[in-house]
Structure formats: C-alpha cells, structure tokens
Design a binder for this molecule. Structure first.
Ligand code: ADP
Length: 160
C-alpha cells in the first residue's frame, strides 16, 4: 500500500490545499494530511480547530487520514514508515523555499522523496494568509475556502 504525507499548517485549509489533496489521492492509496504548528507565526486557529476544519472540508474525499504532528517532519515520516512527502507549488515564489525544505528533509532522511504538485490555475496565488487578510477586510472569500471555513473565519474575526 503506497502512502504519502501532505504536511502543512493549514491555518485554515483552503480550496488550494483541497485541490492538491484531490490530485494526491489519485496517485496514492492513502494520503495523510499532517497538521503542524506554523513555524514562524502564531496560528489564527488552534490545532483542534484546524483539524476540525480540515475534517469537515474533506468529508467527501476517501483514502485520507488527518493527523497532527510536532517537531521534525522526517521523524514523523519515520514513525509512520512513510517516505513520500507531497507539497503544493504555486507561483515561482514557492519554489526556492520548497526546494530548501525538500533538500533539508533529504539530508535528514535520505529515503524521503518530495513530490511537488501544481494546483488548478484558479488557486495559483491562493494562500491561507491572503484569505485571512481578505476576510479581515470583509472581502468575498466564497470561492477560496469551503463554507465551514468561511463561517469559522467570520466567527473568529468577529465579523458577524
Ligand atoms: P506551510 O505552513 O508548511 O507553508 P501551508 O499550510 O501554508 O503550509 O501549505 C501546505 C502546503 O500546501 C505547501 O506545500 C504549500 O505550498 C501548499 N499550498 C498552499 N496553498 C496552495 C495553493 N493554493 N496551491 C497549491 N499549493 C498550495
């Protein structure tokens, strides 16, 4: 059984993440959505909230499992005995950073392969941070996140 891990902070999950997950489940028997603490910033949503929003948003996709992890991704991969990491690549701006991470993960665990997937073009520039910013300014995010995420953002940002 071929399994892959799709790690990220998912703060919150967007249609861009979901697009990548739908592509990944076509390639693997199972995809673990691994939710971590963001590395450089305090998340808007708690870990439990991010897991809940991911679970609700991915209800219709089979062959996925949602987990959380702390610390090094490669250690989590080792623990689960999985050596394939999925990452999404948006515009070229992602490339440099994503290559650094993939390179370091390979240094730390030589068996790891990182697979980069490209989203549908409507999500080329979509990020969780941009969604949060637009939501805060009361912009329309209907086509950018699932309904449950939109509602959670409105509640969290006291926009109701
Ligand atoms: P991180 O905090 O590790 O950057 P994110 O939750 O922001 O994690 O994203 C997880 C992964 O999903 C990253 O590989 C990121 O590039 C990718 N990703 C996020 N949004 C999109 C999108 N709109 N299209 C394609 N990939 C995306």
């Amino acid at each position: 059984m071929r399994k892959a891990i799709y790690p990220g902070s998912f703060d919150p999950i967007t249609n861009g993440h979901i697009d990548i997950i739908k592509r990944a489940v076509k390639l693997f028997d199972a995809v673990i959505i691994a939710i971590a603490q963001p590395r450089h910033k305090k998340p808007l949503f708690s870990l439990e909230e991010r897991i809940y929003l991911a679970r609700e948003s991915l209800k219709n996709i089979s062959n996925i499992e949602i987990m959380s992890f702390d610390g090094l991704l490669v250690e989590f991969c080792r623990k689960l005995n999985i050596d394939i990491v999925i990452r999404g690549i948006r515009a070229v701006s992602d490339l440099d950073y994503e290559f650094q991470i993939a390179w370091m993960n390979r240094k730390l665990y030589s068996n790891i392969e990182t697979i980069f997937l490209m989203p549908s073009e409507e999500y080329f520039f979509l990020s969780s941070s941009l969604v949060k910013e637009v939501a805060m300014l009361k912009g329309n995010i209907d086509n950018l996140v699932p309904k449950v995420v939109k509602e959670a953002l409105i509640k969290k940002l006291n926009l109701g």
